[in-house]
Design a protein around this ligand. Structure first.
Ligand code: TXA
Ligand code: MG
Length: 334
């Protein structure tokens, strides 16, 4: 299949492709999505094939705004979902509600619930409006790879597997939406993301975090995720003052028995030593830069990518979650 890159004000061909049941990759404010007509089972099935995505991992339906939620919900829209959507849509928040029967089983991965969000991006909104139906879309990466925050990153993963990639420039948030299960009271945080837990709690009060015994996380969270080719080492909770010693130790270990010096590519916030890709000054900049930093450093074929991160505040919780999922090793004690 030939992949065509299109600019964001020439959407006619992309809309025609969606109407014909084909796939279109497009920007949202979080990450790029791989979209299909969300009410066409054959179109939705193509998403799983193109990404190599496990069939038991359900998709998010993207709609224009809160007015569209009731049509996808079986019974009443839960008060929590209604309040959250009114407060934060369009934006990086996904609510899980009981699904209306007409939503294809492939979208829900056979569950009786459906995940819905209204993206805050003019291209995504224009595609939904012109298709006139919800767009089902996961992140537009090959399954298991870091989510794409630029059209180039989509191209790297999906060239030849999707007909159109709409280039809307780099995404604003940089990691995926926060997923909240509103079928239970109190609501459950299924995936931390681009809307902070503090913001969710400010509207609904109590938010439960799934524990080992509690309700299952979003099905997708059980898979290995966000992984580049190089192994990722997460250095958790160690500040700039002790970072040099940790890197020396890791380097000695990687050099084990081999004379060549090892290339450890470092991703960390401002102020850390030996940083090749900075996460910037705070949680917002870290969320924005993490995935692109991982992809960029991976192109240099390092022996390992070492990521330093400490905070769980604001978007820090989601940043930490994504680093944990991408890493094969976690170092906690300097
Ligand atoms: O920001 C985002 O959420 C991006 C953009 C494109 O909108 N999309 C995205 O989709 O990240 P994806 O497929 O990569 O992640 C969706 C997550 C998965 O962890 C999935 O298991 C969960 O949402 N999910 C979807 N439907 C669900 C449901 N009915 N119940 C529980 N979790 C669900
Ligand atoms: Mg994804």
């Amino acid at each position: 299949m030939e992949t065509k890159l299109v600019v964001k004000d020439q959407l006619d061909e992309a809309v025609a492709a969606l109407k014909a049941g084909e796939l279109v990759a497009f920007p949202t404010e979080t990450v790029y999505g791989l979209g299909a007509d969300g009410l066409n089972p054959n179109a939705v099935q193509k998403i799983f094939q193109a990404k190599g995505r496990p069939q038991d991992n359900p998709l998010i339906l993207h709609i224009e705004g809160v007015d569209g939620l009731a049509a996808l919900t079986d019974g009443q829209v839960p008060v929590t979902a209604q309040r959250l959507a009114e407060a934060f849509w369009p934006g990086p928040l996904t609510v899980v509600v009981k699904a209306r029967e007409h939503i294809p089983a492939a979208v829900r991965a056979g569950l009786d619930t459906v995940a819905v969000r209204a993206p805050d991006h003019s291209v995504a909104q224009a595609l939904i409006r012109q298709l006139g139906r919800p767009i089902a879309a996961p992140s537009a990466n090959m399954s298991g790879r870091p989510s794409p925050t630029t059209a180039d990153a989509v191209w790297e993963d999906l060239q030849g597997r999707v007909g159109f990639i709409v280039d809307g420039g780099p995404t604003r948030v940089g990691l995926e939406s926060t997923v909240v299960d509103c079928t239970q009271e109190p609501v459950v945080l299924l995936r931390p993301g681009g809307l902070s837990l503090e913001m969710v709690a400010s509207v609904v009060g109590e938010v439960r975090e799934p524990s080992g015994e509690g309700p299952a996380r979003a099905p997708g969270m059980k898979y290995r995720h966000y992984a580049p080719k190089a192994p990722v080492i997460f250095v958790d909770g160690i500040g700039p003052d002790r970072a040099g010693a940790v890197l020396d130790r890791l380097r000695r270990r990687f050099a084990n028995g081999r004379p060549e010096s090892r290339h450890l590519a470092v991703i960390a916030p401002d102020g850390f030593p030996e940083v090749e890709e900075s996460l910037g000054p705070d949680d917002l900049s870290a969320a924005n830069r993490l995935f692109s930093a991982i992809r960029h450093l991976d192109h240099g074929n390092p022996d390992a990518i070492v990521i330093f991160w400490e905070s769980e505040k604001g978007l820090g919780l989601a940043v930490k979650n994504r680093i944990l999922k991408a890493s094969s090793e976690r170092v906690q004690d300097g």
